[in-house]
Write a protein that binds this ligand. Structure first.
Ligand code: SF4
Length: 405
């Protein structure tokens, strides 16, 4: 890459409303904040005028009303309106939510359709779009990738991640948000320790022209789905280099960008600047908004008093499934009702199964645990297959066993 990247931070002490308030005052105050960051980071009119602009927010799934895990609708509104005002020939909002979630239903549940109708812009359900099969010659984990035609046909891709901590990838920011251009058939593969390489491969498919990160009510702790929102943090971060935007956002979160695999790998491969020394930060001073975001913890060992989590040579895919699932049970206040359980993930020798508590139900999570399990395991044994299983697969199985009958 040539000269340094520019990343803009904008902050407001007083922002009107919450992410669900779509009244005029609330929309306008977020629009002002978002515009400030975008205008400081690039020449927006040059970028979008007469172009087909695709907005890619994080619409992973609808969540309980008190958890905001997706991009603030007001940020989507703001960027879409700015693009229309700047003369974009077409503006489209598109995404494919999480595994087995249909875009049509999630767009409706989250109210994205409402925003699109308000502005008269289009929506694209990536899972209903024509898919193009592309070769990825420089990739590390994919030979081929299937990508919605609308993504490849757009002149300008604007990436709108929600700022969150993430128990698998430390953070969920701009690079991670692009996982949403991959369909279910490629979502769970390479979702282990190699996930960062997979995400950088996806970044190679189509680099966003602009990334606008929603850090208005970001999430800390057990993100991306079970963390805690920091209310009224009121920050937007923008820049044309997604790697640099992610790096600066990490600094805001009190995280060294070099700890984040996607930033390190993308930077090393010349896809952007992850080194803060090579980034010019403009707008609100970093010191003004920087704070310590509570870190996520991926291990479930010792977390819940009724759960013995045996994690042996396990990679992040299975760990993520176990922790996500248990955190969700705890969030729904069902944890104690599953009784005493032992959850084994990874490759166990099971040489001394008698050491496992005899009264516990045993749950073998992931193909490694199943393949290495011993016939002499004590207690009732359940299997959750997959490499890795989906993050909520253990939750679904426990639910079925204990609550659905
Ligand atoms: S099954 Fe084994 S290899 Fe696959 S994600 Fe789990 S621990 Fe990793």
């Amino acid at each position: 890459m040539g000269s340094n990247s520019i990343v803009a931070i904008s902050h407001s002490d007083n922002l009107s409303g919450s992410p669900t308030d779509l009244n005029e005052k609330s929309l306008n105050s977020v629009a002002k904040l978002t515009k400030k960051a975008i205008d400081k980071s690039c020449n927006f009119i040059n970028l979008v005028k007469d172009k087909t602009v695709l907005l890619k927010p994080n619409l992973v799934r609808s969540t309980p009303p008190n958890i905001f895990a997706t991009t603030d609708l007001r940020v989507i509104y703001s960027v879409a309106k700015m693009a229309l005002d700047a003369g974009a020939s077409k503006v489209i909002i598109g995404d494919k939510p999480g595994w087995k979630k249909s875009a049509r239903s999630v767009f409706g549940e989250l109210g994205v359709d409402k925003i699109a109708n308000l502005l008269g812009v289009e929506t694209c359900f990536f899972d209903e779009d024509q898919l193009l099969e592309l070769d990825l010659p420089a990739s590390k984990v994919f030979n081929k990738i299937f990508v919605p035609k609308t993504v490849m046909d757009s002149d300008v891709l604007i990436n709108l991640p929600k700022v969150k901590t993430h128990i698998h990838t430390i953070v969920s920011l701009g690079i991670k948000n692009l996982h949403g251009i991959v369909m279910d058939n490629q979502r769970l593969i390479n979702h282990r320790n190699d996930l960062a390489y997979k995400l950088v491969d996806i970044l190679r498919v189509k680099k966003p022209s602009l990334t606008v990160s929603d850090c208005i009510w970001p999430m800390e702790g057990q993100g991306p789905l079970n963390g805690r929102n920091i209310k009224n943090f009121n920050v937007v971060v923008a820049g044309t280099d997604v790697v640099a935007v992610d790096a600066v956002t990490c600094l805001i979160m009190g995280i060294d960008p070099s700890e984040v695999d996607t930033i390190r790998i993308a930077s090393a491969e010349g896809l952007g600047y992850g080194d803060p020394k090579k980034i010019s930060i403009v707008g609100t001073k970093l010191t003004r908004v920087k704070r310590h975001f509570k870190r996520p913890c991926i291990s479930a060992a010792g977390v819940y008093s009724n759960v013995l989590s045996m994690e042996a040579g396990v990679c992040q895919g299975c760990l993520s499934c176990v922790r996500h699932s248990l955190d969700r049970l705890a969030f729904e206040q069902k944890m104690q009702r599953v009784g005493q359980i032992t959850v084994c993930s990874g490759k166990h020798s099971f040489e001394k199964p008698e050491l496992l508590p005899a009264k516990n139900e045993v749950w073998l999570v992931g193909d490694c645990a199943s393949e290495t399990s011993s016939k002499s395991l004590i207690g009732k044994v359940h299997r959750v297959p997959g490499c890795p299983p989906h993050i909520y697969e253990l939750y679904n199985s426990l639910h079925k066993e204990h609550f659905d009958s």
